[in-house]
Design a protein around this ligand. Structure first.
Ligand code: 13P
Length: 317
């Protein structure tokens, strides 16, 4: 990535980066939409901070001309699909998602061919091409509702996260739900043994867990709640507990601590940090707005088909 000067044309950049971003954002009539796993400085200046569902909804409602997605690539694709008339930018094209890489459109097509009549439920952590072959999308906050909206006699192909899928399957044991063998490289780093140890050390702590966790089945019995990232944020606000063990990507700790002074949050695994989420820096957001890069677009036919799956999800949730 190229080195940049000061967009304001000042000889020496003395204006703090954040102020530069905010000023340019105004000029471009842009909004900054960030995920709960982003770096603290990104979270702190975002117009919207939330989970994947919240980000998609906010992007859809916004009347800005430009949407800067501070998250990973599939989130920007979803924003582009839902807002074909707007410019959607991602500040670093390398901000990918390991889960979305777990299944290609060809692989999904082959799986579908083996299960004619099955309904494909695609976690939003998928590429637009994969969404285009899917019947309905879901996020971690509405996966159960989405599955429950499907007629009970229908076979379901759940892609690509096997942990989220197995959690849904446990809530709906009578349904025929086939799981794709995909997982998030960050959430698989969260292991059951350190959680058991943390629970022993902090017996009063409430244990909040994201359904993508690799140890989901092993640690489920210990979890007080299994929630999306926004669900974790909400529960931390509402709970009377003063201590929490948090099993998800560690970026969320910044928001939890900031919004809940006096409460303590222990990460289930310090190493559960997503390097792709952390690719987005304040500097790259500035460059992104300055050069209007990197534009995320989805081919029209793919976008139309993918939008149907996203719209169905929005109707259900
Ligand atoms: P949430 O929708 O719960 O924020 O999860 C998004 C995600 O990509 C987790 O890895």
């Amino acid at each position: 990535m190229k080195e940049k000067g000061n967009f304001l044309g000042n000889a020496i950049t003395e204006i703090p980066l954040k102020e530069q971003v905010l000023e340019l954002k105004k000029k471009r009539n842009a909004v900054i939409v960030a995920h709960n796993y982003q770096l603290p400085e990104i979270q702190d200046m975002a117009d919207y901070l939330g989970d994947s569902l919240g980000m998609a909804r906010y992007a859809q409602k916004s009347d800005a001309d430009v949407i800067v997605i501070c998250g990973v690539h599939f989130m920007a694709e979803s924003a582009a699909i839902l807002n074909p008339e707007k410019t959607v930018l991602i500040p670093d094209l390398e901000a990918g998602c390991s889960l979305a890489e777990c299944i290609t459109a060809d692989q999904l097509q082959a799986w579908k061919n083996g299960h004619p009549g099955a309904v494909v439920v695609a976690y939003v952590n998928t590429t637009a091409a994969v969404k285009a072959l899917s019947d309905i999308c879901c996020t971690s906050s509405n996966a159960l509702k989405v599955v429950q909206s499907i007629p009970a006699d229908k076979e379901i192909l759940f892609i690509p996260d096997m942990y989220l899928g197995s959690w849904v399957r446990m809530q709906e044991p009578k349904r025929k739900i086939h799981l794709w063998n995909g997982s998030c490289h960050t959430h698989v780093r969260i292991r059951p043994e350190p959680i058991a140890e943390l629970k022993k050390r902090h017996p009063k702590a409430e244990f909040l867990m994201h359904p993508e966790c690799g140890c989901l089945t092993a640690s489920m019995g210990l979890a007080d709640h299994i929630l999306s990232t926004d669900g974790i944020v909400r529960r931390a606000h509402e709970s009377q507990a003063k201590e929490f063990i948090i099993a998800t990507e560690v970026g969320i700790l910044h928001r939890l601590e900031k919004e809940n002074p006096g409460k303590k949050f222990y990460p289930a695994a310090e190493e559960a940090s997503c390097e792709f989420m952390k690719k987005i820096t304040l500097e790259k957001v500035l460059w992104s707005l300055e050069d209007m890069q990197y534009k995320v677009t989805v081919p029209k036919e793919t976008a139309i088909a993918a939008r149907k799956a996203l719209d169905r999800m929005m109707e259900v949730s």
